[in-house]
Write a protein that binds this ligand. Structure first.
Ligand code: CMC
Length: 446
């Protein structure tokens, strides 16, 4: 991929660069000035390397722990304007996709860049649906987990194990092989997730039903008991499909960065995806939905909300499901999710924790601590309430995030692989440890 970020540097006196798309840097250690090209409001970190005190110098680096101001790639998949609360997949606003698309169509859009024609969508759905079954040995593998194993741990390990079932997946530069692994990854995620859930309950596994939609089949594999044919409730099926659309991608977040980083070593996509699922598991990322629900349960009643908020402000607690690295405005996904919550509650009965969540939000949106730091509800604040009302245990919440995120991960992975500028990810460090010293024999150490 041509990123169209030029690399060209010249040393030139300060002042000459006026009204050009360049940045002039004066190194006060040497008095020298450097003119560095700016493209898309970005300079290349490598252009800083010419800034040296003397010729043996390594050159200037930029220091950016947690990559808070560093673009690691050029991407054409997802756009976020965090200040304006905008999220678009391939240019399409998330609100329109949530209203008009389906998860599988959105997954196609993320991966291919365009919405499919009806023939393309039919073919895509056919192939994903016909890759939902898992090898019978995987059932034995799942049986090895303890009854209370966290389903995210089971999902991570099982996705990693798929690389041993499909050794052809290592042909990452073969487009046909990549497509096959894409079908497998997107198709098998709900099956493995549902089997993990059934394992914890000690219930028999339910095989995929090819006549059902992607979310409908997932509900079938989770909740079917003695019915000969499971019929998902259309409201819950639709709610899950919209939640899947909202979670499908979110540009360079922790897990997307992980699949790009791990994938950059040219490992197979199952191993790289397992790493992404691990990244998502953390409570600061996709594990936040589970933590947000635990937090609301711990608060227990509306009366206790002010006391809890005080603890948050004192730094003793965190308001889980609030705050975002990129959004400094209401997360557009949270707005849609709040609406879905009411639709699900109408069917399943109101989740008693809703009042506590609304009170947390009301206080936080008025309180100076949250206003000053621009902390708003994120995608994880209300999802737990919906999942709980739908009958999911809290441990399944991050799994429900991981299933649809697989399409975003594969899109990010493939974009990285096909980008001719990308290489194995290998950041620099600022070394501040000991300089060379001689080994001290143990008897001489103080
Ligand atoms: N509750 C209380 N204070 C908070 C919160 C919160 N949830 N989030 C941020 N802050 C404070 C933080 O203490 C800091 O205050 P100060 O300036 O006084 O040190 C300030 O706000 C800036 O926060 P930060 O930690 O520097 O921001 P970040 O960009 O590094 O972290 C975050 C972003 C999402 C990790 C963080 O907001 C957080 O921990 N939120 C709770 C966990 C959560 O809901 N995660 C889900 C994120 S959305 C879905 C996803 O990514 O998967």
């Amino acid at each position: 991929m041509d990123s169209s970020l030029p690399t060209a540097q010249t040393n030139s006196p300060a002042g000459e660069a006026a009204r050009r798309d360049t940045l002039t840097i004066t190194d006060n250690r040497t008095g020298r000035s450097y003119e560095i090209p700016i493209t898309h409001d970005t300079i290349r970190a490598n252009d800083l390397r010419q800034i040296k005190v003397n010729s043996s110098d390594f050159g200037m680096m930029s220091y950016d722990p947690a990559f808070s101001n560093t673009a690691s790639c050029v991407s054409r998949i997802t756009y976020i304007d965090g200040d304006a609360g905008i999220l678009r997949y391939r240019g399409y606003p998330i609100e329109e996709l949530a209203e008009k698309s389906t998860y599988l169509e959105t997954a196609y859009l993320l991966l291919r860049g365009e919405l499919p024609s009806s023939a393309q969508l039919k073919e895509w759905q056919y192939h994903v649906t016909h890759h939902t079954f898992i090898h019978e040995s995987i059932k034995k593998f799942l049986d090895g987990f303890h009854y209370d194993a966290h389903p995210m741990g089971m999902l991570t390990s099982t996705i990693a194990a798929l690389s041993t079932f499909y050794p052809d997946a290592k042909h990452i530069f073969d487009a046909t092989s990549r497509l096959k692994q894409t079908y497998r990854l997107i198709g098998k995620m709900p099956t493995i997730a549902a089997f993990s859930y059934r394992h914890t309950l000690g219930m028999p596994y339910v095989y995929p039903d090819n006549d059902l939609s992607y979310p409908g089949n997932f509900l079938n594999m989770l909740f079917r008991t003695s019915e000969t044919r499971y019929r998902p409730n259309p409201t819950l099926e639709k709610a899950l499909d919209v939640l899947f659309i909202l979670h499908a991608d979110h540009e360079q977040n922790c897990s997307a960065n992980t699949i790009r980083g791990v994938g950059s070593s040219h490992v197979d996509p199952f191993s790289a995806s397992a790493a992404a699922i691990s990244a998502l598991y953390g409570p600061l990322h996709g594990g936040a939905n589970e933590e947000a629900l635990r937090m609301l349960t711990e608060i227990g009643s509306i009366k206790k909300v002010p006391e809890f908020i005080q603890k948050v402000k004192a730094g003793e607690k965190k308001l889980m499901g609030f705050g975002h690295r990129i959004y400094k405005n209401y997360d557009p996904r949270a707005r849609i999710i709040k609406q879905i919550a009411y639709e699900v509650f109408e069917l399943m009965g109101k989740n008693p924790l809703l009042e506590i969540a609304l009170e947390c939000e009301r206080i936080a949106l008025e309180d100076d601590y949250f206003v000053k730091r621009k902390l708003y509800p994120n995608v994880d604040f209300y999802t737990g309430l919906i999942y709980q009302s739908m009958g999911f245990p809290t441990t399944m919440f991050p799994v429900l995030f991981a299933i649809p995120r697989m399409s975003g991960w594969v899109a990010q992975w493939e974009e990285m692989l096909l980008d001719s500028e990308q290489k194995i990810a290998r950041p620099r460090q600022v070394y501040l440890g000991q300089q060379t010293r001689n080994y001290v024999p143990i008897e001489e150490r103080g």
